[in-house]
Design a protein around this ligand. Sequence first.
Ligand code: SAM
Length: 261
Amino acid sequence: MHREPDGHRAKKSLGQNFLQDDNICRKIVDALDIGPADRIIEIGPGQGALTRFIADAAPGRFTAVEKDDSLADLLEAGFPSVEVVRQDALKYPWAELTEAQPCKIVGNLPYNIGSKLIWDIVSTATGMERAVFMVQHEVALRLTAAPGGKAYGGLTAWVKNFCAPRYLFKVPPTVFRPRPKVDSAVVLFIPLPPDSRPEHPEKLSRLLKLLFQQRRKQISTILRKEWSAGTEQWFADQGLDPRLRPENLSPEQLRALSVVF
Ligand code: SAM
């Protein structure tokens, strides 16, 4: 087990790989483009690698959500102006961050919950003005993939119905302590305008789960039990062959299909 100089033992179960490189921390925080009135939420501040640069940028209000109590103690002592929330970020009330509560969200995310957190945040925190997340490199490729390839999946199509994700840069294992086994990457998320977001997210979520659990099959085979005249007509109107694989449909097409099938 890795032990830090202050005695903190890095917990693998909480995805604790602490950033040691100030330039990378600065680049992540710069991508958030913090203005003096901005409300910032940091997920998993850990030992404060990013927290320090965010606090220096002097946002209007700064909340840090940390599950590990011993790290939360250190943060409260080191950053008295930051509101430290001791909570599982998966249970944080993201849906309460509406347009009336605009915010920017940042985090070097614990790898085991990165995809799930991003799924929830982009679809429920409607007041999110932008977000910058570090995730496993492979997840960054999935988040930003174009249709047609292996990296493109339910997560890609979901996120792109709410945001424009942009791959910013790759981060090697050498800049963390302890070192993870894989590369990481930083992704920027800019939300789509409110009227471009799905009206029926629950339908889209259901369809994506159905399709991408069996992504090697043809769409008509996967949806056979629920195939309707409306579905048939939709494919005809789009000039699309229902024998396509799920990965061949764009995020917009998947959204449209989720409403008619
Ligand atoms: N931001 C720090 C850095 O870059 O060095 C720490 C990043 S570390 C990859 C992930 C952090 O998220 C750890 O501090 C860990 O304790 C915290 N964490 C893990 N699971 C969490 C959860 N479910 N909710 C909130 N924080 C969590």
